[in-house]
Design a protein around this ligand. Structure first.
Ligand code: F6P
Length: 359
């Protein structure tokens, strides 16, 4: 019996009442949830309509665009531009910010999003999602320039993602915990199913694209090597590894049952300090993870405190269970200090590690 359960719309209104927040953010989240319903429907029909296929275009990030990337981008823009709550939007799929069309009023917020994260998985029907972040427009700004979006993640007023998987979901935070809503397709409403999500401090599961290991920095090699060594290694416990190659699905797993996810700094492409984008991937996910009691770091500091310098800036990402993120930060600090030499049998090279390998 769903009647009487809390819908996302009701939740946002009650939450904003508690926070004495304005109606504009409520209305904006409503527009975002409408967009996510359209995208969920387009993704579900992708193979039937041919929209899961490639466009033959390479986007501003140098990635192959799928038709659904463009459809999802368009749905987000059209669903959120008209309401009068936004001064501007920025998307993974667009090089420059999207100006609000002249016929619509301007509002006080900025919306930044990745319309379809994990879209390289569309042809194999794996869970993908939309990641979004809401910032305040600087005072008096009605036509934001790229630099107006360059705010640290600590300034986010709302962050979340929609998941298009076996069930469609929205998971979001307004800075007061993390809450998950599942789309009930028959009535077309997101219902609160996962209130107050919390991430356990410890875990025995980690996720990383291990094919990049030769490009990683020594502290990351050390961490993974110790995990892989399992019970017989310095951690004295067995670890499990996962890699879906869809950040929304990985973060969702961590919010559900803990774990560590990382796309760390590597030397694969010297122009890129990481793979994931700060403003519309790392920052919203970092806010969610911290709000659920986890931690999110570049390895050398809190992601949310990174000062952005470009709209599509990339950043190393290490997030999830607090004690694992702290361990990785410690390994980076020891490496940066140039502590005692450590020789890695697995990677057959010398790297600089100091502290004892166990705890
Ligand atoms: O940034 C897009 C993304 O698809 C993420 O969702 C995912 O974590 C990562 O890229 C996968 O990268 P790779 O293909 O290198 O495993």
């Amino acid at each position: 019996m769903l009647y009487g359960r809390t819908t996302l719309s009701k939740f946002i209104i009650e939450e904003q009442r508690k926070l004495a927040g304005g109606a504009e953010l409520i209305a904006l989240v409503n527009d975002i949830q409408t967009a996510c319903k359209y995208i969920a429907s387009a993704v579900a029909r992708g193979a039937l309509t041919g929209a899961a296929g490639p466009t033959g275009i390479v986007n501003v990030q140098g990635e192959d665009q799928k038709r659904l990337d463009l459809i999802a981008n368009d749905i987000m823009l059209r669903s959120c531009e008209w309401g009068g709550y936004l001064a501007g939007m920025a998307s993974e799929e667009l090089e420059a910010p999207w100006p609000i069309p002249a016929q619509y009023p301007r509002g006080r917020y900025l919306l930044v999003f990745d319309p379809l994260d994990g879209s390289s998985n569309l042809d194999v029907n794996v869970t993908v999602g939309t990641i979004f972040s809401v910032l305040r427009a600087p005072d008096g700004v009605t036509d934001p320039r790229p630099e107006d979006f360059l705010q640290p993640g600590t300034e986010q007023v709302c962050a979340g993602y929609a998941l298009y998987g076996p069930a469609a979901m929205i998971v979001l935070t307004l800075g007061t915990g993390v809450h998950g809503f599942t789309l009930e397709p028959e009535i077309g409403a997101y219902i609160l199913t996962h209130p107050n999500l919390a991430i356990a401090a410890d875990t025995h599961e980690f996720a990383v694209n291990a094919s990049n290991q030769r490009f990683w920095e020594p502290p990351v090699k050390r961490y993974v090597e110790e995990c892989v060594a399992g019970k017989t290694g310095p951690r004295a416990k067995d670890f499990n590894m996962r890699w879906i190659a869809s950040m929304v699905a990985e973060v969702h797993r961590i919010l559900m049952r803990g774990g560590l996810f990382m796309y760390p700094k590597d030397t694969k492409d010297p122009q890129r300090p990481g793979r994931l984008r700060l403003l519309y991937e790392a920052n919203p996910m970092a806010m969610l993870i911290e709000q659920a009691g986890g931690a999110a770091s570049t390895g050398r500091g809190r992601i949310l405190e990174v000062t952005p310098t470009a709209l599509h800036q990339r950043v190393p990402v290490i997030l999830g269970s607090k004690s694992e993120v702290a361990r990785l930060e410690r390994y980076h600090a020891e490496y940066d200090r140039g502590d005692v030499a450590f020789s890695s049998p697995l990677f057959n090279e010398r790297s600089l590690f100091g502290a004892a390998l166990s705890n």
